[in-house]
Design a protein around this ligand. Structure first.
Ligand SMILES: C[S@@+](CC[C@H](N)C(=O)[O-])C[C@H]1O[C@@H](n2cnc3c(N)ncnc32)[C@H](O)[C@@H]1O
Length: 700
């Protein structure tokens, strides 16, 4: 981490590039810059080992220093800079401008993490900014004297109004527009040109310059409300809409905008109230009626969880991933967990297969390219925290590891919410989920690549991990569906698997340690921790051997010979013997899943139906389900979900095994058992993909 300086002006300034050198290199960079406005801008994801907190001071409480006082690799705590941009911006992962201070010194300013809803994502030449507690960073080797003021936290830089009295005299420009009307006209022009951020700025100046003129002010607020709404800055849109109300009969428009802004924030109750206010004044406004109807549907979904999942699935497309749905959360509550910190708990008994909750993502960019998904989520989280500070009440309480908080994050200082990008990244890492466009398509044997978005579901984030969980999550676009995989009692903690768990105990634990920093103590891990380490090592070795043998002869490539089957069967039996009875009693034996699955497929290929049933039953037992040992016995497959205790593991292999059993029973003339297996498979599949659907999707 860099040094912190409290009195930087007493230390000797370093050698720095001259003004002429800075201008020359900046110009050459500008020449090379690709000005394609549609090109996606790269995101500078924060380096966590260089983390430093965002400034929590007001510019009015900081001491102004000149650029010459800056010390390299130093955070100038308690100090500020006020700077005018004197060059066009170079736009890349951040925006780099040449800036001048009140004494005429020139240096380079790099601002990161401002989205295109902010003027500071482009820092126009001539604008004046305050940089709070600046961080001065070296660019390249010390001898080159290349430095820049590096702003990582978006709230560490404040765009100043032209007339702001904090700006030193020498940096002040004369008024750009003389009157509020001129500013409003400039705002309208910018709006028509599609430059919405400039429009917002101009409207802001208009209300300050002519702020006392009633009617004018409200009109400008109405324009700014609409512009903020279009930018997705819903908090500001709603505030402006409320300020635009005059008490006259045109107010319904203000209520309408306020309602749409509240809807954009997912605050359907408030949205409903606003739409109803609009309709009081203009009962026949079709647009408002339509929005109110949508709102009522969302509220009903929130209350009852009555989704038409099939229809939602059919509505999905690469361009439609953000579903218009409310979140059904009332079966669960956040509470203190014996597993870790906070957890999610059932508020009532929930039956196996039932919907536990369904939650629309708080933040999920439509970016399914795995290499870009994390950066896109991080950038969107920062943007939301900056643009819609009300969302910080949901986002900031999430677990952020050991990163120290100032507890001022989210607080509005100098009109801007404090956004700490390093905390945001910690929260992202600890809480985000990978989401396919739909789990249903993702579970098909042939899926189109490994395309996954990353998103944040604030309620689901409270769920702790278990290797033998009582819930499963699935996705439809940005809707996360959580279903019970066994009966859950009121007040029981809802647990989920963070990732599909590895079969071997120490490999599994290493994954949790590296990914989330915890040691799992679920019933399976707690038992396996008591097992002999010698057996564990032998199991790991033998499983590797089995995987090799199985991969050499995949059952999908044709009928397998007796000897190939005998080899795998023998190795599987050896592996079974390495599972201590006293450790694994009533628990899954995950290492055995792989060879057992292979044997099922091998016997299917040879139409040895009795053996298929025997090995399916075995596979279900390896997943911890209580099912008969004798393949001749009649049983009720669906009951395995409710009668298997607390340590079974539900996966897609359970469904495919039940299908294989159905096929085998049918071939053996046991039609009733076949139907029951199909029914249990279908039921299990609904837990996996989120809703009931035909198993034939698993065919291709
Ligand atoms: C998404 S959060 C889960 C909610 C968290 N318990 C809280 O207090 O907000 C993920 C973090 O919870 C903790 N965690 C989750 N499952 C755990 C488990 N089985 N045992 C110990 N810690 C766990 C880990 O610290 C992990 O990084």
């Amino acid at each position: 981490m860099a040094e912190t300086a409290s009195s930087p002006h007493v230390a000797r300034p370093p050698k720095r590039l001259s003004k002429e050198e800075l201008i020359r290199t900046h110009k050459s960079h500008l020449k090379k810059q690709d000005l394609n406005p549609n090109a996606p801008r790269p995101v500078k994801q924060p380096l966590l080992d260089e983390a430093y907190p965002a400034s929590t001071k007001s510019i009015h409480d900081l001491e102004l220093i000149p650029l010459t006082s800056l010390q390299p690799e130093t955070h100038h705590r308690s100090h500020s800079l006020i700077l005018r941009a004197i060059s066009p911006p170079f736009i890349g992962a951040g925006v780099i401008s040449l800036v001048q201070d009140h004494l005429g010194n020139v240096d380079k300013l790099a601002i990161y993490n401002h989205s295109d809803t902010s003027i500071l994502s482009g820092v126009p030449e001539g604008c004046t900014v305050a940089v709070k507690e600046p961080y001065y960073k070296r660019n390249g080797p010390e001898t080159e004297g290349d430095y820049m003021i590096c702003v990582d936290h978006p709230s560490d830089v404040v765009l100043l109004r032209f007339g702001d009295e904090i700006i030193p005299e020498s940096l002040r420009l004369g008024p750009v527009c003389k009157s509020g009307e001129e500013w409003r006209t400039a705002g309208d022009r910018a709006f028509l040109e599609g430059d919405l951020v400039t429009a917002v700025f101009c409207y802001g100046e208009a209300v300050v310059v002519d702020g006392k003129e009633k009617g004018f002010r409200e009109g400008v607020y109405a324009k700014r409300a609409g512009t903020n709404l279009a930018l997705g800055r819903y908090d500001a849109a709603r505030e402006d809409a409320m300020r635009s109300l005059t008490g006259g009969n045109g107010d319904w428009r203000g209520w309408f905008t306020a309602g749409r802004a509240a809807y954009g924030l997912g605050n359907y109750r408030v949205a409903k109230e606003h739409f109803e206010k609009a309709l009081e004044q203009k009962p026949n406004a079709a647009g408002v009626q339509k929005e109110l109807a949508r709102c009522l549907t969302r509220l009903e979904e929130e209350e009852k969880g009555n989704y038409d999942f099939k229809k939602l699935f059919e509505s999905l497309s690469p361009t439609n991933v953000h579903l218009d749905v409310g979140s059904f959360l009332s079966n669960t509550r956040v509470g203190d967990s014996a597993t870790h910190g906070h957890g999610l708990f059932a508020t009532r008994d929930i039956a196996a297969g039932e919907l536990i909750f369904a939650e629309k993502a708080l933040v999920m960019p439509n970016q399914y390219e795995p290499a870009r998904a994390s950066a896109a989520l991080y950038a969107m989280m920062v943007r939301q925290l900056y643009d819609n500070p009300s969302l910080s009440s949901k986002l900031l309480p999430l677990y952020g590891g050991a990163y120290p908080r100032t507890n001022h994050e989210g607080e509005i200082i100098d009109g801007i919410p404090v956004v700490d990008v390093f905390l945001t990244e910690y929260i992202r890492q600890a809480n985000c989920f990978s989401a396919p466009l739909s789990t249903l398509i993702d579970t098909k044997p042939i899926t189109p690549g490994n395309r996954m978005a990353k998103g944040l579901w604030a309620h689901a984030s409270y769920m702790n991990h278990s290797c033998v969980p009582n819930s499963m999550r699935s996705f439809l676009g940005d809707l996360l569906i959580s279903r019970a995989v066994r009966d859950i009692r009121a007040d029981e903690e809802i647990l989920q698997q963070y990732v599909p768990v590895k079969a071997v105990y120490d490999i599994r634990q290493a994954q949790f340690k590296v990914g989330w920093g915890f040691l799992c103590q679920c019933p399976l891990c707690a038992a396996e921790a008591r097992g002999s380490s010698e057996n564990l090592a032998k199991r790991r070795e033998l499983l590797a051997k089995i995987e090799k043998a199985c991969a050499k002869k995949p059952p999908s490539k044709g009928v397998l010979s007796d000897s190939a089957i005998r080899t795998v069967d023998r190795l599987a039996k050896q592996l079974e013997e390495l599972h201590e009875r006293e450790v694994y009693d009533g628990l899954p034996r995950l290492a055995l899943v792989y060879p057992t699955n292979w044997l099922i497929e091998a016997y299917r290929g040879r139409k040895k139906w009795g053996l298929v049933v025997r090995y399916v039953l075995k596979l279900l037992r390896e997943f911890g389900f209580r099912v008969p040992v004798d393949e001749g016995e009649d049983w009720v497959p669906k009951e395995m979900y409710t009668g298997s205790g607390e340590a079974s593991l539900m996966t897609i292999h359970v469904v495919t095994a039940l299908r294989a059993a159905a096929e085998a029973y049918r071939a053996l003339g046991r039609g009733e058992m076949a139907d029951k297996c199909e029914e249990a498979g279908k039921f299990g599949y609904s837990m996996i993909v989120g809703f009931e659907t035909d198993l034939s999707v698993l065919d291709n």
